[in-house]
Design a protein around this ligand. Structure first.
Ligand SMILES: Nc1ncnc2c1ncn2[C@@H]1O[C@H](COP(=O)(O)OP(=O)(O)OP(=O)(O)O)[C@@H](O)[C@H]1O
Length: 785
């Protein structure tokens, strides 16, 4: 028996037993009835068992209760059945079908949708709703549950409630040009005062002694009765509607009521309700139909139905996205062919032999994976991830040597000019002895110098070029670019990555990221890449000890730093720059550098580095720090990514609460890059909030980048996570890749399964069209055939 039938029977049985005075045996009868419920209903409603047990146990002591208590229980039994209905109510497919009207194409202009017209269409367009299809895809941001009418005496203040009551009296008065309407309503148990400001039209609706349904939020007043400001008020005709209503984000010129009306009138007719997901997916993942989900996400009968509708729509969003990525990847592989590079590995062997350390097992493994990709006839598309300081750049350097040996040029693109300079210095000193010509191309070079490098690239005289986004400018061309390495730290978008690839033919690309990316994010942001991971750190590395200290302990901090300096170790002091107060912050950093230089650490060499300096100045400052002419570097976050000064052992971070956790982890990664014991010390000012403090405590208790990234992702959400917004990460309209990560994983598995059985999506034409339509901007979907 279906749940709905059980509830009906239970209701009848309760009434019957009540009439016949047989309440004592009610429990056993209800248990018998419940045993007839279809087992599948329990799969469909996972929390049903729990509710049912509660329901049944309510009747088990009836025979031992006095008659009046029995009667109360019976009465409550009816209410419980109502509640169960509310919780588990789901429309049948027939009901859904009955809601559908004559279909309207999704592309129909919103102007022609029912109840819209010329002027409303302009308002809806401001909300991004251009077509009938956009309308039905405009999902509620929240819901208002109007199924329960609360007695006035039991109203909880500051919560949205629905009440029913008779209008006892009302009045309107003008106060300094404003109309204030007051009305008193009673439901026999209590009274409430309703107030409207400057809403004269309400007056026309008010009739003394009429019964109204009122929705609003009540508040306490010091002496008078409860008060509700600007409530919605409707007269009751016939049965009181008990609904869950959608709450939409609106713009001026349209009321919630109107928006609901427009949605209700159009929902059942727009053609975009047709099913998109393959049958096997809907069955295996226990999903309702698309029509059902679309109707229920706007006007659910129960919160349960809303949850199931959301599940369908989130899953569908993820499925289409994953399908687009995987489909595109397999198409690219097939269509492009590629260059199989000839690599003997002789040259990289010579470089490895000259290194002052041995490569870690992970570095060797990852380097092999990259080499295999470059040797194969498919272009490489690989993400190299590993924690800060795990030795990724070293692997990239080796890959560039392989690429040179195969006869191709390489380009290394990094996010900051400071980092570009660092890599340039390291690579030229490592590789020029092997006969490899390395150059630096940044926007701040003299024009004549830039021209010289550009010419060298076209003529094939330069083998490796390192630069910032200056590399993707027009006019930078190569003789035969074979490999791009993007050290991106999430700062380059998909488009920029692609712009660099198109400067060569069938170029191999290697993307490096130091912030370990949680799996779900990697699946979306880098879903089209193969992934290599470096897990083990180079030998002898100790985790960086992370401490939180209060400002009052700076004296101790300075004497600790003095000891480190005596051992020849170097120190970073980091100051955050917050854009709005950049001038003040910069002044703080400058003053502090001066104070450290003249008062605290005279004679050790304290230098300041910040983003406003010219590249040449930055280069000189970094040069002096590297060669230990200066021992303390006071910096804004220019040093955040990639800077590699192995003898630096102390990282002092001022105002750590202003940084995101992933960013703090990056900063911490600037020390601990050798076997020297290193410290990250965060200096706290008084007045830091409890949340911020908890966050920093969590951060200091872990040195593992993955844990930090997961924490950061949870706290800040994917959009803000390391600026991934510009990254080409799609904005899902309902799905949340953190909260719904299970659905994302399922969707990816299913998309892969579908593509295994139908690689060209030949029998899924509608799906193919849909992904082309949705993702042609964000994913470079290539033409079929
Ligand atoms: N196998 C190794 N053994 C010891 N030291 C190593 C090893 N590999 C690299 N290093 C050194 O460790 C430091 C960090 O290496 P590298 O710059 O390649 O790391 P990374 O992962 O690119 O760091 P980041 O993410 O911070 O940019 C460098 O000084 C490098 O010379």
């Amino acid at each position: 028996m279906l749940l709905e039938n059980f509830l009906k029977c239970a209701e009848e049985v309760i009434s019957l037993f009540e009439r016949e005075g047989k309440e004592a045996s009610l429990h056993s009868e209800l248990v018998r009835l419940s045993s007839l419920i279809d087992p599948e209903e329990f799969d469909f409603f996972p929390s049903l068992k729990e509710y049912l047990e509660k329901f049944l146990s309510y009747f088990s002591p009836l025979d031992s209760l006095p008659r009046d208590r029995r009667m109360t229980r019976i009465e409550n039994g009816h209410k419980m059945i109502d509640k169960l209905r509310e919780i588990f109510l789901v429309r049948s497919e027939e009901e859904v079908m009955s809601l559908l009207g004559k279909p309207v194409a999704a592309a129909t202009s919103i102007k022609y949708a029912t109840s819209v017209g010329e002027s409303r269409s302009k308002i809806l367009k401001r909300m991004g709703i251009e077509t009938a299809g956009d309308l039905v895809n405009y999902f509620p941001r929240d819901y208002e549950d109007r199924r329960t009418i609360v007695p006035i005496s039991s109203i909880v203040v500051e919560e949205k409630v629905s009440i029913k009551g008779k209008l006892l009296n009302y009045s309107a008065k003008k106060v300094s040009g404003y109309t204030i309407i007051s009305a008193v309503v009673s439901d026999g148990f209590g009274q409430i005062l309703l107030k409207w400001f400057n809403q004269d039209y309400i007056l026309q609706r008010l009739v003394k002694d009429r019964v109204y349904l009122i929705h609003g939020t009540a508040k306490k007043t010091p002496f008078g009765p409860l008060e509700m400001n600007s409530p919605e008020i409707e007269k009751i005709e016939g049965e009181v509607p008990r609904e869950i209503l959608p709450v939409y984000s609106l713009t001026s010129g349209i009321s919630m009521k109107m928006m609901r009306k427009i949605m209700k009138r159009n929902l059942g007719v727009v053609k975009s309700l047709d099913e998109l997901l393959p049958d096997f997916v809907r069955h295996e993942r226990d999903l309702m139909s698309r029509r059902h989900a679309m109707i229920s996400i706007h006007f659910p009968l129960s919160l349960f139905e809303m949850t199931r509708a959301r599940k369908y729509l989130v899953y569908e969003e993820f499925f289409l996205f994953e399908l687009a990525i995987l489909y595109n990847r397999s198409r690219l592989r097939k269509s492009r062919g590629g260059i199989a590079k000839t690599i003997t590995g002789e040259l990289s062997k010579r470089l490895i032999a000259r290194l002052p350390f041995e490569l870690t097992g992970d570095q060797i493994k990852v380097f092999e994976e990259i080499r295999e990709d470059m040797r194969s006839s498919n272009p490489m598309n690989r993400l190299l991830q590993g924690d800060v300081g795990s030795g990724k750049t070293m692997v990239a350097e080796l890959a560039m040597v392989d690429n040179f040996e195969a006869g191709y040029q390489s380009a290394l693109m990094v996010p900051t000019s400071v980092l570009a300079m660092q890599h340039f210095e390291k690579l030229s000193s490592d590789l020029e002895p092997l006969g490899i010509k390395v150059e630096l191309l940044t926007g701040s070079l003299k024009k004549s110098e830039q021209d010289r490098i550009r010419l060298g690239l076209v003529m094939g005289e330069i083998d490796i070029v390192i630069g910032t986004h200056s590399l993707i400018q027009e006019g930078v061309d190569f003789e035969n670019l074979g490999l791009i390495v993007v050290d991106e730290q999430h700062r380059f978008g998909v488009r920029q990555r692609e712009a660099l690839t198109t400067k060569g033919h069938l170029v191999d690309s290697l993307i490096m990221t130091a912030t370990p990316i949680p799996r779900t994010l990697a699946m979306t942001a880098y879903g089209d890449l193969d992934v290599s991971t470096i897990i083990t750190m180079p030998k002898g590395r100790n985790p960086v000890r992370t401490l939180l200290i209060s400002r009052s302990r700076t004296r101790e901090l300075y004497s600790f730093i003095m000891e480190e300096l005596k051992m020849g170790h170097q120190i970073f002091f980091i100051y955050p720059l917050v854009e709005e107060s950049e001038q003040i912050d910069l002044k703080n950093a400058t003053d502090e550098a001066e104070r450290l230089r003249s008062e605290i650490f005279p004679g050790v060499g304290v230098e300041l580095l910040h983003g406003r300096m010219s590249d040449l100045e930055k280069q000189e400052v970094m040069g002096r720090f590297r060669s230990k002419e200066s021992m303390i570097l006071v910096s804004t976050t220019v040093v955040e990514v990639g800077i590699d000064v192995p003898s630096a052992t102390v990282m002092v971070i001022e105002h750590p609460e202003r940084f995101g956790l992933a960013q703090l982890h990056q900063l911490r990664g600037r020390v601990g890059r050798s076997s020297l014991k290193s410290y990250c010390i965060m200096v706290l000012n008084s007045g830091v909030s409890k949340e911020a403090l908890d966050r920093l405590r969590d951060f200091s208790s872990t040195s593992d980048g993955f844990t930090v990234a997961e924490l950061d992702l949870k706290l800040r959400g994917p959009g803000e996570f390391m600026g991934l917004r510009q990254h080409g990460l799609p904005q899902f309209s309902l799905g949340d890749i953190v909260r719904d990560s299970d659905l994302l994983t399922a969707a990816r598995e299913d998309a892969a399964k579908l593509l295994r059985s139908d690689p060209d999506l030949q029998s899924s034409g509608a799906l193919r069209l849909e992904i082309e339509k949705r993702f042609s901007d964000s994913i470079n979907l290539i033409e079929v055939g």
